[in-house]
Design a protein around this ligand. Structure first.
Ligand code: NI
Length: 227
């Protein structure tokens, strides 16, 4: 599933977060990537263990865990601590696929990457280039979202960040393991949940048919989730 989720952070909070992380020291982005991706990667990243990084990670994680659209679409089991990157003039990340397994030394978390996410911390008019391009069965899709908005996409896809030709692109990115490994099952659950939410707003949560659909939703989660 490819989903653009608006306002994970308000624009104001996204810009405040960006301001905070810009005070830290940045390192070569290749410090954190898998061997395959490293050869096509040319950007900078916040060091994983730094104090500024940890505070920023807490801000993003708290925002994710209170976002209904994210929780419904991702059904997160474990979210890898978010990382931050920046691309200035000429910097890019060529076509690659994300590593299947990520290990986090700090938390000891080992996750299977089902979904990848980019949370934009710069507005589209602040830079040229820097599109996130994702290849899929519908062709190549290109994203450049406002600050605070996020794109959630399958980690199985080939994707790249096109070269920045003006200004700077700053964003937060991370991977997660979903409770539901199968993308088709996850998508069915998302669609069903969206309908249950809409119908329960219309008819009330106590409506008999809303209750039955809610139970269908939870029973499917029971069948498909690995908790
Ligand atoms: Ni990637």
């Amino acid at each position: 599933m490819l989903l653009a989720i608006p306002d994970i952070l308000s624009r104001e909070n996204a810009l405040a977060l960006r301001k905070a992380i810009l005070t830290a020291e940045w390192i070569d982005g290749n410090a954190t990537s898998g061997a395959g991706a490293a050869s096509v990667k040319n950007n900078r990243q916040l060091p994983e263990g730094g104090k500024v990084t940890r505070a920023a990670q807490e801000t993003v994680t708290a925002a994710l865990m209170s976002n209904a659209a994210f929780l419904s679409a991702a059904l997160p089991h474990t979210v890898f601590p978010p990382l931050f990157n920046r691309y200035g003039d000429g910097e890019t990340f060529g076509l690659h696929v994300d590593n299947a397994i990520r290990f986090h030394g700090g938390t000891g978390a080992r996750i299977r990457t089902d979904l990848s996410a980019t949370l934009f911390l710069t507005d589209p008019d602040e830079y040229d280039g820097g599109e996130l391009e994702i290849e899929g069965s519908f062709g190549t899709l290109s994203y450049k979202l406002p600050a605070g908005h996020m794109i959630l996409y399958p980690s199985t896809s080939l994707h790249r960040v096109t070269p920045v030709t003006r200004g700077e692109r700053i964003s937060c990115f991370f991977w997660m393991q979903s409770l539901v490994a199968d993308p088709m099952e996850r998508e069915i659950l998302y669609d069903l949940d969206q309908s249950v939410q809409a119908l329960s707003a219309e008819r009330g949560k106590a409506d008999k048919e809303v209750l039955r659909l809610t139970s269908v939703y939870h029973n499917l989660v029971r069948r498909w989730a690995e908790a």
